[in-house]
Design a protein around this ligand. Structure first.
Ligand code: SF4
Length: 425
């Protein structure tokens, strides 16, 4: 993991919702943890449903929730929605700058503007002034789909593509950067810096290139995302590739995953990316499970799904729980787990921090495992036990033995490739 790129910092929310800081490291600010955002899928003007959806997303772990405000009836609903919710709310504005002004008046905590469809300087200035007066930030969100220039496309493509001629996404990358440079000039001229930037595409490689380029040009915090990524099943891969790569390179201060699925999945997967990278402290159990093989003797796939669902519902402590198909390789593969079950011969042997506590028939594995997880959580919470304190008792290969030469090579950093000789006859 690269060091996080220092940025300016913006704040979203207030005393009532809690303040979520985005970015940091410049101007005496401390970098905030990477936050997770999502967006409601329903209409904003159906107030009760919108509020219920926001509550659901907040419970799933969303730090910030965005709502669409395409019509006046949506911005009119904001006041009531804000009264009934306790998470920072962002108004997503496209085409009509007045929706942004109405949203600010309605009390939202941040505005998102799209340079692709609100680019009249006077209108942008009006929104900037309103946000400045209200003390709220603006996300400048460039989207590939909304900035494609249709006039004289061939000539523009040639001209712009030349700027990033060695990049496979040269033309599109150039349009995104040019649009952003032009738009940010308006903000700079107004001396408004309470800004974060996004530049999304459905193409993971373009997303990586765009944010990498933007991170060299601007010191504003970055909101990462792959837009129109598709349903969770496929969108997940694209999002993890793009966001994981950028975050591992130290780029990105807040993330939003976009699925054509329930937005709860966006929050869950966003958090999982950050937990997996160690960018945020995990909440809840971490499940380790074997992929199964010809040694399996129980219905492990069903067991893993049941354990996963129950752990997500019940456990808040970040314990590691391993579900392994056999006792042959299971203990090695589950090393480091706090709670583990090794199945075999239609039975499950359950361990708690390395200590064998039960041997139960397959039908009782789930209940007994959960019982042990709950009891362990209680012990961790009361201070009687510590996470990761014991290890599953396995004997590692002897480093001094026949295969021990690896240690010497590793210590000497000897990993130069052997030259290849090609025999020409
Ligand atoms: S734990 Fe056992 S069943 Fe599972 S993949 Fe490893 S060897 Fe196969």
């Amino acid at each position: 993991m690269e060091q996080r790129r220092p940025t300016r910092q913006i704040s979203v929310g207030n005393e009532r919702t809690g303040v979520i800081r985005i970015g940091g490291g410049l101007g005496g600010t401390t970098p905030a943890q990477v936050s997770v955002q999502t967006m409601t899928a329903g209409y904003t003007h159906t107030i009760d449903k919108c509020v219920a959806e926001i509550h659901k997303l907040q419970s799933a772990g969303a730090d910030i929730v965005r709502v669409a405000v395409p019509e006046r009836k949506d911005t009119k609903a904001l006041g009531e929605i804000l009264k009934q919710t306790s998470v920072p709310i962002v108004a997503d504005v496209h085409f009509h700058y007045k929706r942004a002004l109405e949203s600010v008046e309605g009390g939202v905590h941040k505005i998102r503007l799209n340079p692709g469809n609100i680019d009249d300087r006077a209108q942008v200035n009006a929104v900037i002034d309103a946000c400045k007066d209200a003390g709220i930030p603006i996300r400048v969100g460039v989207n590939e789909g909304s900035i494609i220039e249709r006039k004289d496309k061939q000539a523009r493509a040639k001209e712009l593509g030349a700027v990033f001629s060695d990049n496979k996404n040269g033309y599109m990358l150039a349009i995104m950067i040019a649009k952003l440079e032009e738009y940010m000039d308006i903000f700079e001229a107004r001396d408004f810096h309470d800004v974060c930037i996004s530049a999304k595409s459905m193409d993971a490689a373009l997303v990586i290139d765009a944010y990498t380029e933007i991170s060299k040009r601007f010191d504003y915090p970055l909101h990462l995302g792959v837009t129109h990524a598709g349903p969770k099943e496929t969108g997940c891969i694209r999002s993890v590739v793009a966001l994981g790569t950028l975050l591992a390179n130290g780029i990105g201060d807040t993330i939003r995953i976009s699925y054509a699925s329930d937005p709860v999945f966006e929050v869950e997967d966003g958090l999982e990316i950050l937990w997996s990278l160690g960018a945020r402290e995990r909440v809840g159990a971490e499940l380790i499970a074997c992929p199964t093989c010809g040694r399996i003797q129980v219905d492990l796939f069903s067991l893993v799904q049941d354990v996963r669902t129950k752990l997500a519902d019940e456990i808040r402590v970040p314990m590691k729980v391993a579900v392994m198909g056999c006792v042959v390789n299971g203990p090695g593969e589950a090393e480091g787990a706090d709670i583990a079950v090794f199945a075999g011969d239609r039975k499950g042997i359950i361990y708690v921090q390395g200590e064998r506590v039960a041997n139960v028939p397959e039908s009782e594995i789930l209940d007994r495992l959960l019982e042990e997880c709950r009891a362990f959580e209680a012990r961790v919470t009361s201070g009687e036990a510590k996470l990761g304190q014991k290890r599953v008792d396995i004997v590692p290969p002897d480093p001094e033995g026949e295969l021990g030469s690896g240690w010497e090579k590793m210590a000497a950093e000897r990993h130069a490739p052997t030259p290849i000789t090609i025999n020409k006859t």
